[in-house]
Write a protein that binds this ligand. Structure first.
Ligand code: ZN
Length: 419
C-alpha cells in the first residue's frame, strides 16, 4: 500500500511539474521587468535624469503594461516574441529583416470568383508561403506557387500601394482589376466579381524585432513633442519589449519546452531565477551608448539571444536527468495557496551550469534599454527634460482599463507564458 501512495504522490508531482502552476505571472516575471526598467535609468546621462529619475517609479511599475495589454487585444501577443526556428536554420537568411519584405513573402494570395452567373463560388490558391516548421514538423503548410513568378507580376508594387503593413492576421481584399498584371491572366473574370485575398502568415510566429524600431520611433517623437505622458509610456513599453528580446525562450517555437517534454522551463528561466537571485546579481552596467542603426541593433539582440536557446534547453534537460529527483521541486506557502516550484538549490545549479546566463542577459537588457532611451533623446535633439509638461492624461485612462481587463483574466494568444 505504501507503494501505491508513493505512486500516487509521484504522479501528482509529475502533474504539477508539467503544470508549473506557480507562475501565474508573466515573462521575465513581473519582478524582473520592473527591475530592468528601474536599473536602466542609472545608465542615462545627467541631462535625462530630471525626468527619468523623477519618474523611476512610473517606469518600473509600468514595465509590465504590455503583458496586461495581452488580455485586452489579440494583436498584442505576437509583439513579445519571434519563433525564429520555424524559418529553418540559423541565421535564417530566408527571413527578410525588413517587415514589408517579410510580410510580402509570408502572405498567401487567393483569388475568389463569384462570376459564375448560377451563383457558384470559386476559390483559387495562387501562392502559399513555405514555412519550414509548418511543412516539416506540422506537415500542414502546403506551400504553393512560385514567389518569383508572383513577383514578376509586379506583386511588390501592388502590395506596397495597397496593403496596410500592420502586424495582424486579417485577410485583406481587393478587386482583381486593381492588380492589372494578374487581371490580364484571367480574361474571363471581371473586377466586380473577382476578389484578391491576401492573408498574413507571419505574425503568428511573432514580430518582436520588427516591432521594436517602431517603438523606438514613437519614443523619439514623444520626446520631440515634449509630451511627458507619452515619453514615459513609450519608454516603459520599449523597456518591456527589449527585456523580452533578451529571453532565449522568446525566440523559439519551443517556447515552454513543450516540444521536448520540458514544460515549465519558460517560467523557471525568466521568473524563478531572477526572483531568487537578482538581488545578488551584478547589474551595474555603465553608461548607455548611442545606437546608430536601430533595425540592425534590435535584430542583433534577437539573434544573439536566440543562439542561447540550445543551452537553455540542453542544460535544463541535463539537470532534470542528473539532479536528485526529490530536490528539484519545492513547496512554498504563499498567502492563499501552496505552490510548487524549482527549489532554490536546483535553480542555482541551473544558473551556474549556464555560466550565469540569466545574470548576463539581465545586464545586457539594462544596457540595451538605457541605450534605446538615450538614443531616442539624442535623435530628438537632446531637449531639456526637466520641465516637460504633463499632457495627454488619456494614457492613465488606458492603464485603468488595462488593469480591469487584466484582472478579469483570459488571455489572447498563447496561454503559456510566452509573452
Ligand atoms: Zn512580454
Amino acid at each position: 500500500m505504501g507503494r501505491v501512495i508513493i505512486f500516487l504522490l509521484s504522479s501528482l508531482l509529475i502533474f504539477s511539474l508539467t503544470a508549473f502552476n506557480y507562475a501565474a505571472e508573466d515573462d521575465w516575471g513581473f519582478y524582473a521587468h520592473r527591475k530592468l526598467n528601474r536599473l536602466a535609468v542609472f545608465t542615462l546621462p545627467p541631462q535625462m535624469m530630471p525626468l527619468f529619475k523623477a519618474e523611476i517609479e512610473y517606469l518600473s511599475a509600468h514595465a509590465v503594461d504590455p503583458d496586461r495589454r495581452r488580455y485586452a487585444t489579440p494583436h498584442e501577443g505576437p509583439r513579445h516574441y519571434i519563433d525564429l526556428d520555424v524559418y529553418g536554420e540559423f541565421p535564417y537568411d530566408d527571413l527578410p529583416r525588413d517587415w514589408n519584405e517579410a510580410l510580402v513573402k509570408f502572405s498567401a494570395i487567393y483569388l475568389l470568383s463569384t462570376c459564375d452567373r448560377r451563383g457558384g463560388e470559386d476559390t483559387m490558391l495562387l501562392y502559399f508561403p513555405y514555412i519550414h516548421f509548418d511543412e516539416e514538423v506540422l506537415k500542414e503548410g502546403n506551400a504553393y506557387g512560385d514567389f518569383e513568378e508572383i513577383l514578376a507580376l509586379n506583386y511588390q508594387q501592388f502590395f506596397n500601394q495597397r496593403v496596410p503593413r500592420n502586424f495582424y492576421r486579417a485577410p485583406w481584399s481587393y478587386p482583381l482589376n486593381e492588380w492589372p498584371e494578374l487581371d490580364s491572366l484571367f480574361p474571363d473574370l471581371s473586377g466586380d466579381c473577382a476578389t484578391i485575398f491576401i492573408e498574413n502568415h507571419i505574425s503568428k510566429y511573432g514580430i518582436i524585432p520588427y516591432y521594436l524600431p517602431i517603438l523606438q520611433r514613437n519614443l523619439t517623437r514623444a520626446i520631440q513633442q515634449g509630451d511627458k505622458a507619452r515619453i514615459l509610456r513609450h519608454a516603459a513599453d520599449i523597456g518591456h519589449y527589449i527585456g523580452d528580446a533578451h529571453v532565449p525562450l522568446h525566440t523559439t517555437v519551443n517556447y515552454n519546452g513543450q516540444l521536448t517534454g520540458q514544460e515549465g522551463i519558460h517560467a523557471f528561466w525568466e521568473s524563478r531565477i531572477p526572483e531568487l537571485f537578482a538581488e545578488d546579481f551584478d547589474l551595474i552596467v555603465g553608461r548607455a551608448q548611442y545606437i546608430e542603426n536601430k533595425e540592425e541593433f534590435f535584430w542583433d539582440v534577437v539573434m544573439d539571444t536566440h543562439l542561447k536557446v540550445d543551452s537553455v534547453l540542453a542544460i535544463e534537460q541535463y539537470l532534470r536527468d542528473t539532479y536528485p529527483q526529490d530536490a528539484q521541486i519545492c513547496f512554498d506557502d504563499r498567502t492563499f495557496q501552496t505552490i510548487q516550484q524549482p527549489c532554490r538549490e536546483f535553480a542555482l545549479a541551473y544558473e551556474r551550469e549556464m555560466n550565469g546566463m540569466v545574470e548576463r542577459q539581465m545586464r545586457k537588457t539594462i544596457f540595451a534599454i538605457g541605450s534605446a532611451w538615450y538614443t531616442a533623446w539624442v535623435d530628438a535633439g537632446q531637449p531639456e527634460l526637466g520641465d516637460v509638461a504633463v499632457v495627454d492624461p488619456s494614457h492613465l485612462i488606458e492603464n485603468d482599463s488595462l488593469m480591469r481587463v487584466y484582472r478579469r483574466g483570459s488571455i489572447y494568444g498563447r496561454e503559456h507564458l510566452n509573452n
